[in-house]
Design a protein around this ligand. Structure first.
Ligand SMILES: NC(=O)c1ccc[n+]([C@@H]2O[C@H](COP(=O)([O-])OP(=O)(O)OC[C@H]3O[C@@H](n4cnc5c(N)ncnc54)[C@H](OP(=O)(O)O)[C@@H]3O)[C@@H](O)[C@H]2O)c1
Length: 304
C-alpha cells in the first residue's frame, strides 16, 4: 500500500515509519512539507500523494501551552483530522487517527467507589483545551462518513523526543530525590507498543480479500494503551527500579516521593483517572496488549 503518514518527527510517527516501511511505500511529510494548520495544504498534499491509506499521529501535544494557543491547537487537532477524513471519504480510502485519554474528565468510579477503566462508550468531558480539540478531531472524523479507526492512547513515551520517561531518567542523574504526583492514574504507553499494534492491524487490512467489508466490520473508536494502571509516582518508581537494575543510571537511583497533584499546579487541568479499558481492541483484532511494566522494559532495553 501507499501510506501517507504524518507526524514523522514525533514519538509515534517516528516509531511507526520504519515498521510500516517494511511492507509499504510510506510518504511521510515533515511539518515544513505539510503544515497541518493549513487546511488547503492538506487537500493539495493528499491529491498529489494519492495514498491508499492515511495514518495521522501528528498532533498539537503541548497540553499546558494549548491553554494559551487554543486556535492553533484546534486547527491541528480539531480541524486537520476532519480534512484528512473528508479526503479519505472522497477517495474511498481509510484513515487511522490517534486520540487521547484526556477526552475524559477522570471522575469514573465503579459501584464500590473504586477507580475503574473507561470503556469506549463512556461519556467524554475534557477538562482542558488539548482534550477538547482532540475530541473535536474525533467527532469530525466520525461525522465525515469515511472509513476510519480512531485509537485513543495515553501517557506516551519513547526512546526519542520529549517525554516523561526521558525527563525522569535525566533527573535521576541530577538529583537524590524525585517528588512526583501520586494521585493521577493512567497507563503509561510506549510509542513502540502503539506502533506494533497499529502496524499489525494495517497488516490485517492488507491481508483482507475485501477491504471495504473489512472496514465495515472493524471501523470504529478503540482504546489502545498498555494494560494495568499506575500513578506518575508509581511509573517513576518502576522506571528507577528497572533502569537501576539494567545499569541505565549514572549513579544510585534517587528516592521517589509521592506528592498530591495540588502541590504540582499546571496551567491545564488533568483527569484524576484516565485509565482506558482495552478489551474491545484485543477482542476485535486479536492483538496481544502488553502490561505497562513490560512495555517499559522493552523500551529501556532499546536505550544505551
Ligand atoms: N504524548 C502523549 O503523552 C500522548 C498522550 C495521549 C495521546 N497522544 C496522542 O498520540 C498521538 C501521537 O503523539 P506523540 O506523542 O507521537 O506526539 P509528538 O511526539 O508530540 O509528535 C507530534 C507530531 O506532530 C507534528 N506536528 C505538530 N504540529 C504540526 C503541524 N502544524 N503540521 C505538521 N505536523 C505537526 C510534530 O511535528 P514537529 O516535530 O515539527 O513539531 C510531530 O511530528 C497524537 O495524536 C497525540 O495526541 C499522545
Amino acid at each position: 500500500m501507499r501510506i501517507l503518514l504524518t507526524g514523522v518527527t514525533g514519538q509515534l510517527g517516528h516509531t511507526l515509519h520504519p515498521i510500516l516501511s517494511q511492507h509499504h511505500e510510506v510518504i511521510a511529510p515533515t511539518r515544513a512539507e505539510l503544515d497541518l494548520s493549513d487546511t488547503a495544504a492538506i487537500a493539495t498534499f493528499v491529491t498529489n500523494c494519492q495514498p491508499d491509506l492515511i495514518i495521522n499521529p501528528a498532533a498539537y501535544t503541548t497540553v499546558d501551552k494549548a491553554e494559551t494557543e487554543p486556535d492553533l491547537a484546534q486547527a491541528i487537532n480539531g480541524i486537520a483530522p476532519g480534512e484528512f477524513a473528508a479526503q479519505a471519504k472522497k477517495r474511498g480510502i481509510g484513515l487511522i487517527h490517534f486520540s487521547t485519554d484526556y477526552v475524559y474528565d477522570g471522575s469514573l468510579r465503579d459501584e464500590q467507589d473504586v477507580l475503574t477503566s473507561y470503556t469506549e462508550d463512556a461519556p467524554t468531558n475534557p477538562l482542558n483545551v488539548y482534550g477538547k480539540t482532540k475530541l473535536a478531531g474525533e467527532q469530525a472524523i466520525i461525522a465525515s462518513g469515511c472509513q476510519y479507526l480512531i485509537f485513543r492512547t495515553s501517557w506516551v513515551y519513547s526512546t526519542f523526543g520529549k517525554n516523561f520517561l526521558l525527563t525522569m531518567l535525566r533527573l535521576a542523574n541530577e538529583r537524590d530525590e524525585l517528588r512526583v504526583v501520586n494521585d493521577q492514574w493512567g497507563a503509561p504507553t510506549s510509542a513502540n507498543a502503539i506502533a506494533d499494534i497499529s502496524a499489525s492491524i494495517v497488516q490485517q487490512l492488507c491481508a483482507s480479500e475485501n477491504p471495504a467489508q473489512w472496514w465495515q466490520l472493524h471501523q470504529g473508536l478503540y482504546h489502545l494503551t498498555t494494560t494495568g494502571r499506575t500513578s506518575w509516582c508509581g511509573f517513576t518508581q518502576e522506571i528507577m527500579r528497572q533502569a537501576s537494575a539494567g545499569g541505565k543510571l549514572k549513579k544510585a537511583a534517587p528516592s521517589v516521593t509521592g506528592i498530591p497533584a495540588v502541590d504540582y499546579p499546571t496551567p491545564a487541568q488533568r483527569p484524576v483517572n484516565s485509565s482506558l479499558n482495552t478489551d474491545l481492541l484485543a477482542s476485535t483484532f486479536g492483538v496481544q496488549i502488553p502490561a505497562w511494566e513490560t512495555a517499559l522494559a522493552v523500551c529501556l532495553s532499546k536505550m544505551k
